[in-house]
Design a binder for this molecule. Sequence first.
Ligand SMILES: C[S@@+](CC[C@H](N)C(=O)[O-])C[C@H]1O[C@@H](n2cnc3c(N)ncnc32)[C@H](O)[C@@H]1O
Length: 416
Amino acid sequence: MALALLLWLRRPRVGPLRTFRRFLYKKKWATTLPRIPCTKLALRNFDMNYSLQFGDRWPSIRIGLLSEQKYCALINNFAQTEKVIQELELLNAKDFIYESRQRSLALELVIAAGSSPKDERSGCLDVQDEELRPDVPIDGDGARAEHTQTVLLQSSFNYPRIKCYTFSKGDISRFSPARLDSMGRLSHYLMDAASLLPVLALDVQPGDEVLDLCAAPGGKTLALLQMERCRHLTANDLSTSRTGRLHRVIQSYVPRELCAPGSLRITCCDGRDWAEEESTYDKVLVDVPCTTDRHSLLEEENNIFHKMRTKERQSLPMLQLELLIAGLLAAKPTGDVVYSTCSLSQLQNEYVVERAVEVLAVEYGVNVRIEDLSFFRGLFQDTFYFFDGCRVGELVLPHLTANFGPMYFCKLRRIT
Ligand SMILES: C[S@@+](CC[C@H](N)C(=O)[O-])C[C@H]1O[C@@H](n2cnc3c(N)ncnc32)[C@H](O)[C@@H]1O
């Protein structure tokens, strides 16, 4: 009986009814096809592109990306945090910025003592110079000069007033959630420690006028405010809902008087239109939307690899370029811009930076210089794994023992 029914259903048909039934039948098939998860599509895409970009290193980066991310606790300087800091230190967490500063001070002593890097390497002072730049061979005058330059850049780095605790390499302990103090302010903000590097690279000086062009949900804005160096900070984001989150972060961490319009302005505009305003900023942070590689591999929700978002994903490099150009035009001549993404993609990183420099020169007559940040590798090598193959800018690679990043950042200075 069942066979007869099946044969009857599959009998050849003629006329318009046949087309109609076929259409229904096909449609049903299409809707019942298993959907490939966005995370899987992202992994396929990364396997294809990043295995070419990173070669032998890709398997290690891949494991890092697929494993639990590490966080840091950015201490809220505006809250009562003595107890929290004590607890963190008991857990063996270290303020990685303070630790780097201590190393830097040791270097200054070396320089003040007048010893050359060659002397350091021969061990005449108690500095573990091998760790400073293990990748730089010191034989030959050129290499020695380069090493000296790196050491000088490291020692002249202007550390801001930011406290940020991380667990050391290999330690995968977790931080407890932030606590409210008696004034109702939260004790710390959990974020990827590598996200602080673009903020440090911006090197904000007291009295600077600063623009954070894509600011929400606000981790980097909060770090900028913790420094208490900006004369005025403008934090902008296109998304209304994310700007709402930015407002809430600031309310939970920063005293009201520092949020007054004279000190802080939060705007909700398309950053690409910023160029229409005058070039008034000393420092501009352009932390663009990107493929958010870690998120794309782990979360289905709001995933940029969703089929419906293919066009949006493919047009990211163009959006990033337009945002970087707008950021550069918003900076004063001699002003600095830091461009950053949390993607490993060369197309979204170096290519965008190089293209922006060209467009600025050709279309706007504005000259831009890419600044050397390679000394960051030496300063923060105890905390992060840096990639040494970027043409311009620096890239933190995820790694099982120090699972921060990816974080790409590049600093550009307007010459004219
Ligand atoms: C990587 S996130 C920024 C993260 C933020 N800097 C932080 O540290 O928390 C990129 C942001 O760019 C915003 N965005 C996207 N397109 C934009 C545009 N055209 N203008 C300004 N912001 C934009 C997104 O809403 C998103 O919040």
